[in-house]
Write a protein that binds this ligand. Structure first.
Ligand code: GDP
Ligand code: MG
Length: 640
């Protein structure tokens, strides 16, 4: 007995303490801990078994008595220490000094959680009991499975209960205790079916037969077979117990007396005696077995638990990073925090508009979008040029009607050339302004996004940044528009360097000659030139087409660069610099500092929630590491 006790203190106790301490940290909110859940049909005797194990009376009776998951945490005290109880649910905690009060307190709790109706709830009630007479165990009592709803119950009560049970037994960390009365056909038990669904090999399912005193005469050997694991096989096997029946409760048989009566019952039973001899019967044996099973299960679960904790910790940290740090409490540090946040944002805004890496993790595709916009602009110019070429050919054909004045054939005015060029360039003005507006919109959107990312959780800062961005962008867009308009006005002066022009023209002529060589008469042939035109005019007109095309190419190249340059200068560069100035200006107004630092309550709550979670997981990891180190040391000392 002494060695058994010693082993218990060395091996069993630390394991159970570890899980209890993790549970008391609250990590159960984050991950599943090893546990034993008690499931069974209504009135199969679940609460009676728990009662017998814990030594305290639990609510019992007909109908759905257990309406919330009840976590029964039992802790064995040293001999002579006082009984201690504590009930907690939702935000409520209460110490219980008398075991006799437990039943009433649980009933009270259930009413508070589920309301006075007869429904059920997922919200658990936790009952801690410390006493020299209980095993070190944590068990979860669940509502019993019912098939039909009775008066006032929700019609789908059966499904609700099943769903609740499934929630518990699906977890790999849960051992299912399936409670089945000896006087029903075990094969048809719903609870066993449910356990088999989630654990087909019965690796974490233990069967418990109750009410052996009510067994149908003549079916005793079937029961013995079941407990011998010869009927429906479960890896963890079966146990059989006898609890207090209704009659015994009425007669005030105490739980301690009941244990004695149970022992006598099995010892003297003609059929069940063998089960007693093999240690497969009685509540104390069940307690022993459960404790060992739980310890075994805990040891098996530890590596997985460690991994889970690591994973959760990493996830929590990532979420915390997203929430940001929040403002400090100290006044002078608050100002510094604000200055730092604004500086970081405006510097990122400048980096964004110059196409450099940002400090914050905001990934922008802005320059990619800009390149696309600007290359589309070049295509617009080229397309307009192609259309121009067609038009010139047509207009040349209509030259007599449209342009020719008093001049004799063969004379073509420089003025005519200028007018045609000017008209064509004018066609690019509105598309250029449109491009400006499109780019300005893109840039504004990206800056808005950056502000949201940089000032996450500070709605007032985001708002102020957006107001500034909006105003500055408007101002810069106007300035850019005016520059573009001026550019188009300047383009009415037909000008380029002589050498540039001569080069372009020379190249075009050579190309046209080659074209003629290939296609015979060249492009003009395709159009019908009015018969009135003499061949001189035709030749001169052809000549002018070469001039028009050459000049348009030069202007096209100039505008393809000039428009993007203006846009980049005003909308990107200048506006980012101005944004920095204006944002920093805000800091001068001392009144504004506090409102700017006002944090979004959701983010604040979320951060606190995540910080707490991080704290408990870190603590859990530490405890787990310490525990595994101890086991390692323990095993190591045993080796030598
Ligand atoms: P639960 O609904 O599964 O929690 O079942 P209870 O524990 O409330 O038990 C249902 C009824 O069966 C109660 O009246 C108990 O007194 C009775 N009961 C439980 N175990 C035994 C037993 O081993 N023998 C007898 N005769 N009655 C029992
Ligand atoms: Mg019950």
């Amino acid at each position: 007995m002494n060695t058994l006790n010693q082993q218990y203190e060395e091996k069993v106790r630390p394991c159970i303490d570890l899980i209890d301490s993790l549970r008391s940290l609250g990590v159960e909110k984050d991950l599943a801990l090893p546990a034993i859940a008690v499931i069974g049909d209504q009135s199969s005797g679940k609460s009676s078994v728990l009662e017998a194990l814990s030594g305290v009376a639990l609510p019992r009776g007909s109908g759905i008595v257990t309406r919330c998951p009840l976590e029964l945490k039992m802790k064995r005290n040293k001999e002579g220490e006082k009984w201690f109880g504590k009930i907690s649910y939702q935000d409520y905690n209460e110490e219980i000094n008398n075991p006799a009060d437990v039943e009433e307190k649980i009933r009270e709790a259930q009413v508070k959680i589920t309301g006075d109706d007869l429904g059920i709830s997922d919200d658990p009630i936790s009952l801690e009991i410390a006493s020299p007479d209980v095993p070190d165990l944590t068990l979860i009592d669940l509502p019993g499975i019912v098939r039909v709803a009775v008066k006032n119950q929700p019609v789908n009560i059966g499904d609700q209960i099943k769903r609740l049970i499934q929630k518990f037994i699906t977890k790999q960390e849960t051992i299912s205790l399936v409670v089945v009365p000896s006087n029903v056909d075990i094969a048809t038990t719903e609870a066993l079916k449910m356990a088999q669904e989630v654990d087909p090999d019965g690796e974490r399912t233990l069967g418990i037969l109750t009410k052996p005193d009510l067994v149908d005469k003549g079916t005793e050997d079937t029961i013995v077979k079941i407990v011998h694991n010869e009927a429906i096989h479960l890896r963890k096997g079966y146990m059989i117990v006898k609890c207090r029946g209704q009659h015994e409760i009425k007669e005030n048989v105490s739980l301690i007396e009941a244990i004695e009566k149970e022992k006598t019952f099995f010892k003297e039973h003609a059929f069940f005696q063998t089960l007693y001899d093999k240690g497969q019967a009685t509540v104390p044996k069940l307690a022993e077995k459960l404790t060992l099973e739980l310890v075994h299960h805990i040891q098996k679960s530890l590596p997985h638990l460690e991994k889970q904790i690591e994973k959760e910790l990493a996830q929590t940290q990532a979420q915390l990073d997203k929430c940001g740090n929040g403002p400090p409490c100290d006044t002078s540090e608050r100002l510094n925090f604000l200055i730092d946040s604004i500086t970081a944002f405006t510097q990122d805004a400048i980096s964004l508009t110059t196409g450099e890496e940002l400090k914050c993790d905001f990934r922008s595709k802005m320059f990619f979008m800009l390149r696309k916009e600007f290359s589309a602009w070049k295509e617009t110019i080229e397309l307009s040029g192609t259309r121009f070429n067609w038009n010139i050919e047509r207009e040349v054909a209509q030259y007599d009607q449209k342009f020719r004045g008093r001049e004799l054939p063969g004379f073509i005015n420089y003025k005519t050339f200028e007018v045609m060029v000017q008209e064509q360039i004018k066609k690019l003005e509105e598309p250029a302004i449109l491009k400006l507006k499109q780019v300005a919109e893109t840039v504004k959107k990206e800056l808005f996004k950056l502000a949201q990312r940089s000032f996450i959780g500070f709605p007032n800062l985001i708002k102020m940044a957006q107001i500034n961005i909006e105003a500055i962008q408007k101002e810069k867009e106007d300035a850019a528009e005016s520059m573009l308009r001026t550019q188009f006005k300047m383009e009415l002066i037909v000008y380029t360097q002589d050498s540039t022009y001569s080069k372009k023209l020379g190249k075009r002529k050579r190309e046209d000659e080659q074209d003629c060589g290939f296609s015979g008469l060249g492009t003009v042939k395709k159009t019908t030139i009015s018969a009135a035109n003499t061949s001189e005019t035709k030749a001169t007109l052809k000549e002018m087409m070469k001039h028009l095309k050459s000049y348009y190419q030069i202007v096209g190249q100039r505008l393809a660069d000039q428009i993007p340059l203006v846009i980049r200068y005003q909308i990107l560069q200048e506006s980012a610099i101005q944004l920095q100035r204006q944002m920093l200006h805000m800091l001068q107004d001392k009144e504004k500092i506090e409102p700017l630092l006002q944090e979004n309550t959701d983010i604040k709550c979320q951060r606190i929630h995540l910080q707490n979670r991080h704290k408990r997981l870190s603590k859990a990891r530490m405890r787990l590491t310490k525990f595994t180190m101890n086991i390692y040391n323990f095993n190591a000392t045993q080796l030598y």
